[in-house]
Design a protein around this ligand. Structure first.
Ligand code: GDP
Ligand code: ZN
Length: 308
């Protein structure tokens, strides 16, 4: 048996990269049962598997435990999930202060979802060539919010190349997901870093195919600097946040550590007396943008957002 990583899936067959770099096509034989998850696909892009093969007929026999994975609930309410990708080292959200504006709520929702999926987060602010001195100072302050949370945060421009080495440092030798609004410069950034990369959909596709019954299969693209970008066509952001409203604050790192200090064990940190989160907000220990994002997500109480 050989160890390999799944780099592409079509649903019926897979491309797996052996540890020596050779890529082989393989199939699944029999049934896999993963712990705690009913998924429509037994093997996902990013999975480390054990394969056996003779004369080009490679078969996946084992799957190693996943360190994390992103899932989509299937549309048919069968309670089955579709695993989009697994074993991600980093989830990057690309944001811009202008052209287009990326609102803090979008960045924070991404960070929260990544926390829920147990994926480390980085925030990349692109198009800094468009900022004047004052705007640049505002951005530096805003970036500090994320740095304080332990999230890597870098500023760059794919036009002037400023900060591109920092983006490379983030991506190097990691399996990364690249996300962000359309037009923030995801394709331009990837192109700056690896002009040979040919992504089908312009990185993490921002084309939102609503109401369509599309099954999406991710693909890992090798970077010349080392590492991989996971391309997830048709998927925007992380989709549903699979937690209850009560659990939400636990995925905001700056709130998580304060939760035991709230007077009420079931405090939602809205207007309850003795709330340690509100106190920290008033004392300037929690960024207002972060708290606002929490409230926005909390109040967005629909099935799309929360598990009920
Ligand atoms: P994507 O939709 O996120 O992949 O964004 P693109 O890479 O297609 O870029 C959208 C537009 O922004 C294009 O016109 C790019 O030329 C432009 N763009 C990308 N990066 C930068 C940047 O750093 N500065 C400026 N001024 N424009 C940029
Ligand atoms: Zn509270």
């Amino acid at each position: 048996m050989q160890r390999a990583r799944i780099i592409k899936s079509t649903g019926s067959w897979y491309m797996a990269e052996l540890t020596n770099g050779t890529v082989v096509a393989c199939r699944v034989k029999g049934k896999f049962r993963q712990k705690n998850i009913r998924s429509t696909n037994p093997v996902a892009v990013g999975d480390w598997v054990g394969i056996d093969g003779a004369e080009g007929e490679w078969v996946i026999n084992t799957i190693e435990e996943r360190s994390n994975y992103i899932v989509r609930k299937s549309v048919n309410l069968s309670h089955e999930s579709h695993i989009i990708a697994s074993n991600l080292d980093l989830a990057i959200v690309v944001a811009t202060m202008k052209d287009p504006v990326t609102f803090p709520a979008f960045i924070d929702r991404f960070c929260t979802a990544a926390e829920i999926f147990h994926i480390p987060v980085a925030v990349v602010f692109n198009k800094i060539d468009l900022l004047n001195e004052e705007e640049r100072a505002l951005l530096d302050n805003f970036m500090d919010v994320y740095k304080t949370l332990g999230y890597e945060s870098v500023a760059c421009s794919s036009v002037t190349n400023e900060g591109i080495s920092d983006v490379e440092r983030l991506l190097k030798n990691k399996v990364s997901l690249f996300s962000g609004h359309s037009g923030v410069g995801k394709s331009s950034l990837i192109n700056c870093i690896d002009s040979g990369l040919d992504l089908r959909t312009g990185v993490v596709s921002s084309a939102h195919r609503t109401g369509q019954h599309t099954t999406t299969f991710a693909e890992m693209h090798k970077l010349s600097i080392g590492g991989y970008i996971v391309d997830t066509p048709g998927i925007r952001g992380f989709g549903m946040i699979d937690v209850t409203k009560e659990e939400l604050a636990g995925y905001f790192p700056e709130m998580r550590k304060l939760l035991p200090e709230c007077k009420f064990y079931n405090c939602m940190h809205m207007n309850e007396p003795g709330c340690a989160v509100k106190k920290a907000l008033q004392e300037g220990l929690i960024a207002p943008t972060r708290y606002n994002s929490y409230v926005g997500m909390y109040e967005n109480n629909n099935e799309e957002t929360f598990r009920t």
